[in-house]
Design a protein around this ligand. Sequence first.
Ligand code: AMP
Length: 296
Amino acid sequence: MRLILLGPPGSGKGTQAQRLIHRYGIVQLSTGEMLRAAVAAQTPVGIKAQGIMASGGLVPDDIVIGIISDRLDQPDAAKGFILDGFPRTVPQAEALDELLKKRHIELDAVIELRVNESALLQRVETRVAEMRSRGEEVRVDDTPEVLTKRLASYRALTEPLIHYYSDRRKLLTVDGMMTIEHVTEEINRILEAIGAVEKKTPKTAGKARKPAKRAAKAAKPAARKASKSARGTGGAAKKTAKRASKPAGKARKPAPKGVKKGARTLSRKASAGSRKNSAGRVRKLAKKVTKKRAKA
Ligand code: AMP
C-alpha cells in the first residue's frame, strides 16, 4: 500500500500514520521527522534546514525530494509506505510522480484530513502540553506564532495539491474533526473500499451488501461534517471545506449521492478480493463522483 496523508499541521497526519503502519506493517516516511533527525545530527542538510524549520518556512524542494528519493530506495519501503508531510508543494508532487514512475510503482490514494482551522491551534497547544508532561522535548516550531506561519504556507503552497490529486483521481477526503479512533476507522474503510488492503473479516455472500453501506458512509459524512464544522468559523476554513467537498473540475457541486454511489460500486469491486488494481479503483471512484457532481 502506498499512500499520501495530506492535511495542515495539527490535522493528525502523524497520529494516523502511526496507527496505519502498525496495522499494515508498512513504513511512515515523514520528511519533518527526517529533517528533525538531520538537524539533531547537524548534518549538512540539517544545518541548512534548521533556521527555516524554526521559523515555520518550507525547506527547499530539492532537499526534501533528495531525502525522499533516498528513502524510497531503502528495503523497508518496498512493502509499502505512508508519506506524511511530503509532498508539500506542486513541484514536489511532480517530482514524486517521476520518482514513482522510475520505480514502476503507483500511489494507491491520497487521503486528505480535512479540519476546521480554528481548532488547530488548540490541538497543537494540547500536543505541546502532553509532550511536556511526558518530559519530552517540545518542537521549536510548535508555538502560536510559528504555527500561524506554517498554516499560511500550507494554504499557499500545499493546498493546491488537493486539486492536483483530485485532477488525477487520487484524492479521498476524510473528516479530520472526528475522534482519532473514528478517523482511523474511516481511513481503514476507505482503504478496504478501494482494495488497497484486504478486508479484516471475510464476508459471506449473504452479508455482501453490508460493507458497501459502510464504505458509502465513510466517504459521505466527511464532506458534510467538515462543511458543518467550518460553519461559523473563519473564511479560510469555510473555503477549504467548500473546495474540498467539490471535485477538481469547473462545474463542481457537492454531491453526497455521487460519493455514496461511487464508494458503493468501489466497495463491491473491492470485495472481489484483488488488491492489485487499487489505484485504478480510486480513479474510477473519483471519476464517477466527478461525473455525477458535474451533472448535478
Ligand atoms: P512537519 O513535521 O511535517 O510538520 O514538518 C516540520 C517542518 O519541516 C516544516 O514546517 C518544514 O519546515 C519542514 N518540512 C517538512 N516536510 C517538508 C517538505 N515536504 N517540504 C518542505 N519543508 C518540509
